[in-house]
Design a protein around this ligand. Structure first.
Ligand SMILES: [Fe+2]
Length: 334
């Protein structure tokens, strides 16, 4: 069935995620790990949308490969109005992409490997508009929340103040010049006020380098910084992960994220796992400037995902057992 739907995926990616308009120059960027049927479907969708569309296939580069693109690839990226990225090669950080964005090039990207069903269903079978409305409504609540408490049956119990902290909605859409977004969305996030964050999170979902835990890992946090990691072998590996970074800021809590996509499933793919409706992600280390937080500069970032939990905002339940509180105007996604 999946093979029958890549054309549908491609149309939604071009139209809804990359927001391609007739007459624009669209570069579909694939690498040697990309399924060429998907890449060609996007080429066809771009042409059908009236865009001047090219498909470029580059040799796959490892995530640790900091080599810059050659002049040919760089020119293709810089010359495009919009780039639709379909490759595991991390091209967003390359100088050519950074320069292209400064000149207005939009970047919409995904990597479907390991989350194929979600890549299709997460943009084709969801109410994208409603997800964004719900995210905005949550943002209105969070920015006024003095006491946010997150608990779970496994023992999570952590609280923090979020008042005044800007809301970031990850909608997956690259509609504005110079923007870069990864799809499918949607999630809503902010940076809790760092020195108010205290408690314990019990991680039962995704941990670095992007896999599910075998057994829950308990992470103790004091004034926004990890002070203890306990559990089985996964806890040892998580401690080793932070130690290996060599960056003391790697353990600073830098964002709080709630997934809102009802068709995402916990799978071991970090992008899909953090978008599961009601999944709670805590990010550590490098903090996006848009969060307006106080975490010092850091060269690394990682995410710890709780598959479920209860979020209370100043005593009101916002989300519990992967269901949003409809009484707060958050219905329509379940
Ligand atoms: Fe993160």
């Amino acid at each position: 069935m999946r093979a029958l739907r890549w054309g549908e995926f491609a149309s939604a990616a071009v139209r809804d995620m990359a927001a391609v308009k007739p007459g624009e120059t669209l570069l579909v960027l694939a690498d040697t790990w990309t399924d060429m049927d998907i890449a060609e479907a996007c080429l066809t969708a771009g042409i059908s949308a009236g865009a001047d569309t090219q498909l470029l296939v580059i040799p796959r580069m490892a995530p640790t490969d900091t080599t810059e693109f050659n002049a040919s690839v760089s020119g293709a990226i810089k010359g495009a109005d919009v780039v639709l990225g379909l490759c595991p090669t991390m091209f967003i950080e390359k100088t050519a992409t950074v320069e292209a964005r400064k000149n207005g090039t939009r970047i919409a990207s995904t990597d479907v490997i390991g989350m194929e069903d979600f890549a299709i269903e997460g943009i084709c079978d969801v109410d994208q508009g409603r997800m964004i409305e719900v995210a905005e409504r949550i943002g209105e609540i969070w920015i006024k929340t003095e006491y946010c408490r997150v608990t779970s049956a496994l023992g999570t119990d952590i609280s923090f103040d979020m008042r005044g902290r800007p809301i970031e909605i990850g909608d997956g859409v690259a509609a504005e010049p110079g923007t870069s977004n990864f799809f499918p969305g949607v999630c809503v996030a902010n940076a809790p006020i760092e020195n108010t964050i205290n408690g314990v999170i019990v991680v039962d979902g995704n941990i670095p380098p992007g896999r599910l835990v075998n057994a829950p890992v308990t992470v103790r946090i004091e004034t926004g910084v990890i002070t203890g990691i306990e559990g089985g072998a996964d806890a040892g590996q998580l401690r080793a992960h932070f130690a290996a970074s060599g960056d003391p800021v790697a353990t600073h809590l830098c964002h709080f994220t709630l997934g809102l996509n009802p068709l995402a499933r916990t799978s071991g793919s970090i992008h899909q796992d953090e978008h599961v409706l009601g999944a709670i992600t805590f990010g550590f280390g490098d903090q996006d400037a848009d969060f307006g937080g106080n975490v010092p500069d850091c060269g690394v970032h990682c995410d710890l995902v709780l598959t479920t939990g209860k979020i209370e905002c100043d005593g009101q339940v916002l989300c519990e057992d992967n269901r949003l509180n409809e009484d707060l105007g958050l219905g329509g996604l379940q």
